[in-house]
Design a protein around this ligand. Structure first.
Ligand code: FAD
Ligand code: NAP
Ligand code: SF4
Length: 678
């Protein structure tokens, strides 16, 4: 066991009255376990697992200091002694596991999803139907006191500190930026006046909790909205927050209403570390870097470069509760890396569902999905090494079963081998690296280039046969569909065909959008420096003093003309995931992709693709038609198996079970749950 791995990341941090055992902090995330007192045991176990996994400090999801600040009616709040009392289950579980935990105090302001919301001014947010009322000066001062009282209650609950949420566009940001703050009293107007509210909150909280309590202020380092704070205002606020009594400044990036992505997978790793460094230069307290930091290498690099003193990771610790311990013991290749898909975490939160993780379905379900070591080992054949088969094979082997994994292709991964080729989705290859390591570690016998035929496994002596053979692309009935210039997405993404400079993409689901991303980037050119190139295309500037850090975007032109088509008359991409769909739509619009709904496909011939839209015939003069019209299950191994008492038990998971609405979240969850039950 080496303790030399990631020396900066593993260096303890002494705050005087307390010591963090390393620089890894689990940033705040709303998981859905916060709101109800009867969920405290699950919440405690969720954090305790991360504490056992070596995380130095964790921060809960946001708790409002008063009812107006609720995110939605009856959402999490820290209002009275009984609230504090119920949290002791959480703090005790974490302390028993050797960790530390802070409670986040978050007043939603105009992001509150209820009619009683209040803000600095009565300015409605573009992402919320409720118009807030403007707080009177008295109400502002009362809210300062509410923060202090909630912090005191957090201390009584056994928390090691609090984090004051001053970023992402919540109430405090609504005071600091003229975008919302149009007040004429002492809390509005000049930058000094706009800073008064957060500074008073920090000072009041410090007075209420004393010196031996961690006080983190999460500051918006760059607002990414018009009329946001300027760079100078950000630096001045950081100085005053330090003077007011904060121990640590954490990084927040962008308001929720920003039209610049801040955490999706296409944002380069550590993209925002530079703005944290700028704040670190003007204060003397530790500063925490955040956003798209998902490996110990990236974290170590940030610390080495002096861009931060601590590293906040939220989703990466959802994906792997033992991230810190694996890094400490030089087992980074065993980390289940967050691929920044948002599919089971943030997307769930927006649907008011409990969060989990696409690559780790145990997340937030620590007491429900448990991988116990078996005392009755079975012999399993798993057919198909896509996400479903990989999850099933590795969890079953980890539990002690003897597993053989058959894969027709020459590598594991199934459709993830195509997903990882989409520009901006390179992270998907980390999941395959993780599974490769798990297969090896738990002794799964892997047979590649092995296409299993119907009936083949029935007499082979297995106790269980798991069919995880996935899907095959659907080919629609269309005149001319068999022409050589009509190809499937798998032909394009696996490099079997080179498409021309004008292309029609038939089908606008997740894969149709991804294929357009692929077609609108230059494949052969070396990839430019990821962070500067990404900033240029999204119009972000860390040096400028323009409000919000925004400048005009400068998008590279697409190498080909692309049409994206669907039969439905709804807006294209409407059914893409909530927190990421808008990014894909904007990227394709910026690249000049013509998105056409309400298409009736007529035929394909030498002229191109003939369609009818709104009763009008059109010919798209394309070199290639790429079909992304969904998939059908590949399940003949299951449908044709014999059912006699002596035969092995057959199981069906992933796309093989159901192609409709299939995604990797379902495939991995089904594979893991089946393996946990055997
Ligand atoms: P598959 O991944 O299809 O794997 C099945 C495996 O079985 C294959 O490797 C196949 O070779 C093997 N096999 C088949 N028959 C046999 C046989 N007879 N013998 C041996 N082996 C056999 N999902 C998301 O959730 N988020 C995304 O962002 C996302 N992006 C995507 C982007 C692209 C471009 C594509 C193509 C897919 C994307 N998906 C995404 C979908 C996701 O990859 C699938 O939902 C997932 O791979 C399904 O997993 P599976 O294991 O059921 O099937
Ligand atoms: P999909 O989402 O079902 O989309 C299929 C598309 O094909 C639809 O636009 C559909 O629209 C069209 N279509 C269906 N039948 C057709 C036919 N007979 N002729 C012409 N068009 C037809 O499937 P997908 O895009 O293949 O994606 C598969 C799964 O992978 C999805 O369920 C998705 O969850 C997952 N995925 C997710 C992401 C992500 O970023 N989260 C990315 C990629 C894939 P019309 O019927 O209106 O034409
Ligand atoms: Fe990361 Fe996706 Fe898991 Fe969320 S669901 S933690 S983004 S891998």
């Amino acid at each position: 066991m080496s303790t030399q791995a990631y020396p900066e990341l593993m260096e303890p941090l002494d705050l005087g009255f307390t010591r963090l055992k390393n620089r890894i902090v689990m940033g705040s995330m709303h998981t859905g376990l916060e709101d109800r007192f009867w969920q405290r045991r699950k919440m405690g176990e969720y954090f305790a697992e991360r504490a056992r996994g070596g995380t130095a400090l964790m921060i809960t999801g946001g708790y409002s200091p008063n009812r107006r600040g609720w995110l939605y009616p009856y959402a999490s709040a820290m209002l009275r002694k009984s609230d504090a009392w119920s949290h002791r289950t959480v703090t005790r579980a974490v302390h028993d596991a050797g960790g530390k935990i802070c409670l986040q105090l978050l007043h939603a302001g105009r992001y509150a999803y209820h009619p009683f919301s209040a803000s600095s001014s009565a300015v409605k947010s573009p992402i919320n139907p409720f118009k807030p009322k403007a707080m009177s000066t008295r109400e502002v001062k009362k809210t300062v006191k509410d923060f202090a009282r909630a912090a005191k209650l957090a201390k009584e609950a056994g928390y090691d500190g609090v984090e004051i949420m001053g970023s992402e566009g919540y109430l405090i940001n609504q005071f600091t930026a003229p975008r919302v703050n149009q007040r004429t009293d002492e809390y509005g107007g000049s930058p000094e006046n706009r800073r008064r509210f957060p500074v008073e909150v920090v000072r009041a909280v410090r007075d209420a909790v004393g010196d031996d309590f961690i006080l983190i202020y999460r500051q918006s380092m760059i607002d990414l909205v018009p009329d946001g704070a300027t760079r100078q205002e950000v630096l001045d606020l950081a100085r005053e927050i330090e003077q007011a009594g904060a121990n640590i400044i954490n990084t927040g990036i962008g308001w929720h209403e920003a039209r610049v992505p801040t955490i999706v997978t296409s944002v380069p790793r550590a993209a925002f570390a530079e703005v944290t460094r700028q704040v670190r230069e003007v204060v003397n307290i530790p500063v925490m870097a955040s956003n798209r930091i998902n490996t110990p290498e990236v974290a170590e690099d940030i610390l080495e470069r002096g861009q931060g003193d601590l590293i906040s990771m939220a989703r990466p610790l959802l994906a792997d509760a033992h991230f810190a311990e694996k890094a400490r013991t030089a087992r980074a290749d065993e980390i289940n890396t967050c691929i920044a898909c948002n599919q089971a975490c943030l997307d769930h939160t927006f649907q008011l569902k409990r969060a989990s993780c696409l690559v780790n379905p145990q997340a937030c379900h620590e007491t429900e999905l448990v991988y116990l070591r078996t005392n009755q080992p079975r012999s399993l054949a798993v057919v198909g090494a896509g996400p479903a088969g990989l999850a099933c094979a590795t969890v079953a082997a980890e539990r002690g079963h003897a597993v053989t994994l058959f894969e027709a292709g020459d590598e594991i991964g199934g459709q993830f081998n195509m997903a990882k080729r989409i520009p901006g989705k390179e992270e998907f290859s980390e999941t395959l690296r993780y599974y490769r390591k798990q297969l090896d570690k738990h002794g799964v016998r892997v047979e590649l280039n092995r296409h299993v035929e119907p009936g083949e496994l029935e007499q082979a002596g297995y106790d269980d046969v798991v069919i995880a053979t996935g899907v095959t692309p659907r080919i629609p009935q269309l005149d001319g569909v068999d022409r050589p210039n009509v190809v499937s997405y798998s032909d394009v993404l696996q490099g079997r065909v080179e498409v021309g400079d004008s292309v029609a993409v038939v089908g606008a689901g997740g894969i149709g959008f991804d294929v357009c991303e692929f077609l609108t980037r230059h494949a052969s050119e070396p990839r430019p420096e990821p962070v500067p190139h990404w900033m240029k295309e999204w119009g972000v500037d860390f040096q400028t003093d323009t409000p919000g850090g925004l400048v005009d975007p400068d998008v590279d032109p697409s190498p080909r003309q692309v049409w994206l088509l669907q039969r439905k008359t709804t807006r294209l991409g409407k059914d893409l995931n909530k927190t990421t769909g808008w990014v894909h739509r904007r990227e394709l619009r910026n690249k000049g992709v013509e998105m056409v709904p309400g298409v009736q496909y007529e035929r394909i011939d030498d002229q191109g693709l003939h369609i009818t839209v709104d009763g009008e015939p059109r010919v798209l003069p394309v070199n290639h038609v790429v079909v992304c019209a969904g998939q059908e299950s590949l399940r003949e191994l299951y449908d044709d198996h014999a059912t006699t008492e002596e035969q092995p038990a057959y199981h069906l998971i992933g796309g093989a079970e159901r192609a409709l609405e299939l995604d990797a979240k379902r495939a991995i969850k089904q594979g893991s749950e089946l393996a946990a039950s055997l």
